[in-house]
Design a protein around this ligand. Structure first.
Ligand code: 13P
Ligand code: ZN
Length: 270
């Protein structure tokens, strides 16, 4: 069977990045079993040959009408599929879908009829919102980083920007490379449209990474590697906090003035 990636080096390069990140998620211990999901908007790499391909499954409902996704194509991790398997073989553990006219349904086009992630409502609603805003972001990543998820079991850290402030203050790179901080979404049923709506509201409150309480993070960026990097620097900061606590003290953290100096020097968003 020929793959849709054959003779499409630019599309293949994007999906290879998804596979590379999937391997990192597994190595980090953030991707137990089928935990986490990735989708990328691949519309800019779609050519006429792809547009004539017949569907191999569907149409299936998205669960929402997403008007800005007219004519869009995505690569999605498959539901129930493991990141560690996707890292080896992205087209057997994920699929390419296209959004149908009317923007309420999608169909699977390639390579195999692998059903997209159960978090598709959140992913596609976020992509719809990004396009509506004119954002250059084309990737969304959901994963289960251990220390960040642990923090959400405390009311204190769930309060707006309390965790962001602490994480930014652990090491300057955190604010430099996750300059919008960490938004907080209260617990909601995984895969629900309510969770999708709350995720968009929080991203629109000017964050690139949001925490799903007692579940995981959801991050967006230009590509999947950059979305991963934002989560990685946040979780590194959480580990530094934990290491200090393990040494028996509450870490001092950088001062507000030091963090402001950083924002001024590097022109950071906040
Ligand atoms: P999927 O296997 O459906 O992508 O679900 C994994 C997950 O983390 C749900 O929140
Ligand atoms: Zn999850």
């Amino acid at each position: 069977m020929t793959s849709i990636l054959e003779n499409r080096p630019l599309l293949k390069a994007e999906i290879d990045k998804v596979a590379e990140v999937a391997g990192y998620l597994w190595q980090k211990g953030w991707a137990e079993r089928n935990g986490g999901n990735i989708t990328i908007n691949i519309t800019e790499w779609v050519d006429d040959g792809m547009r004539t391909l017949p569907a191999i499954d569907g149409p299936r409902p998205i669960g929402k009408k997403l008007p800005h996704l007219e004519g869009c194509w995505f690569y999605c991790k498959g539901t129930g599929k493991r990141m560690r398997d996707l890292a080896r073989d992205p087209m057997a553990n994920g699929s390419v879908i296209r959004i149908l006219e009317g923007c309420t349904h999608y169909e699977i086009v390639a390579d195999q009829p692998v059903l997209p992630t159960s978090e598709l409502p959140s992913h596609l609603a976020v992509h719809d919102d990004l396009l509506a805003k004119g954002s250059p972001y084309r990737a969304s990543l959901h994963t289960h980083p251990i220390e960040l998820v642990a923090m959400t079991h405390s009311r204190k850290w769930m309060e707006k920007d309390v965790a962001t402030r602490m994480l930014w203050s652990m090491i300057p790179e955190t604010k430099a490379f996750c300059p919008r901080g960490l938004g907080m979404v209260p617990y909601m049923l995984p895969s629900s449209v309510e969770l999708a709506d709350a995720t968009i509201r929080t991203l629109d409150d000017d964050y690139d990474v949001v925490m799903w309480e007692k579940h995981g993070v959801f991050a967006v960026d230009t590509d999947v590697m950059s979305a991963f990097d934002q989560v990685d620097v946040l979780n590194k900061a959480a580990l530094i906090y934990l290491a200090a606590r393990g040494m028996g003290f509450e870490p001092e953290g950088m001062s507000d003035a030091q963090m402001q100096e950083l924002s001024d020097a590097f022109g950071l968003a906040k």
